[in-house]
Design a protein around this ligand. Structure first.
Ligand code: PAF
Length: 283
């Protein structure tokens, strides 16, 4: 695996590969890699793309009271994991390389960022759009892979690519889960043994609602039942539970198959925020 820390070096390397006809698959990450990330690398490798991962803990997407400083950075472990799935290239820039000075450009997308993560993490998606746009310009991928777990992020990135005509195809890969159903996340490693047991409550609430939707289509009722169901797990706080139309993220009133409803849940387990989602009609 080739490892680059400088923008000019990774750009040159990819430029040469493109000239000889290679197509580039890109998996942007913040490191602390797990099976979820590796499934994105595998998806890219399966398409025979020259697979490039980036590891960059992007300060621009963390709020002042968030976990930027304590975000896990097990870089040696990450490199071994990437090698184990035959990742071709790793771009591993420093903060100074990515932001030699504070970016003057600000990216906003009110359409998709006023609710859910955008409401609870002010400025988060502005930071995500900035870094993803920058990374796309550096890596110039033909296909970029994102995990479904960050459902709202997927909608924001897809819209950004459409509006700004980035020549990249976005592929969304299903969430990878632990044996008990907990969605894999770099932040799961913050959970104590006690919190880890509770954490599965999010997945169980999604599955419960998916069962319920067979005979209850009223979204208000479904959400009320979900709040009652999740209570027993003892989360510190439920940030939101909602059912939205998958493509527009608009809240639904009736959860019918034709509307392609997705349930979004974010809850805090101790101080750790956990996100998950599920299509209510998919197998
Ligand atoms: O999903 C993530 O890990 C990050 O938001 C991303 C897309 C790598 C941008 O920093």
């Amino acid at each position: 695996m080739e490892i680059f820390t400088h923008i000019s070096d990774v750009k040159n390397y990819i430029h040469v590969k493109k000239i000889i006809g290679r197509e580039i698959g890109f998996v942007p990450t913040m490191g602390a890699l797990h099976e979820g990330h590796l499934s994105l690398i595998r998806a890219s490798k399966n398409k025979e793309l020259l697979t490039t991962a980036s590891i960059f803990v992007n300060p621009a997407q963390f709020g002042p009271n968030e976990d930027f400083n304590k975000y896990p950075r097990p870089i040696e472990e990450d490199i071994e994991l990437l090698k184990s799935v035959n990742c071709d290239v790793l771009f591993l820039p420093s903060v100074e390389e990515m932001y030699p000075e504070k970016a003057a450009v600000q990216m906003t997308m009110p359409l998709y960022t006023q609710k859910y993560e955008g409401e609870h993490r002010k400025g988060h998606f502005e930071g995500v759009m900035l870094v993803v746009a920058k990374l796309f310009n550096i890596v110039s991928p033909d296909v970029a892979f994102f995990g479904q777990k960050d459902f709202q992020q997927c909608a924001v990135v897809k819209q950004m690519v459409k509006d700004l005509s980035f020549p990249v195809k976005i592929e969304i890969i299903p969430t990878v889960r632990e044996a008990d159903g907990l969605a894999m996340s770099s932040r799961n490693r913050y959970l104590s043994a006690e919190e880890r047991k509770k954490a599965v409550g999010i997945y169980q609430t999604l599955v419960y609602t998916k069962g319920l939707v067979q005979h209850e289509k009223n979204v208000e009722n479904l959400i009320r039942h979900a709040y009652i169901y999740i209570e027993k797990f003892g989360f510190t706080q439920i940030d939101y539970i909602d059912i939205v139309q998958a493509d527009t993220l608009q809240t639904l009133h009736i959860a019918e198959k034709e509307n392609n409803p997705v349930m979004l849940i974010t809850a805090r387990c101790g101080t750790t925020r956990l996100l998950d989602n599920m299509y209510l009609y998919e197998n």
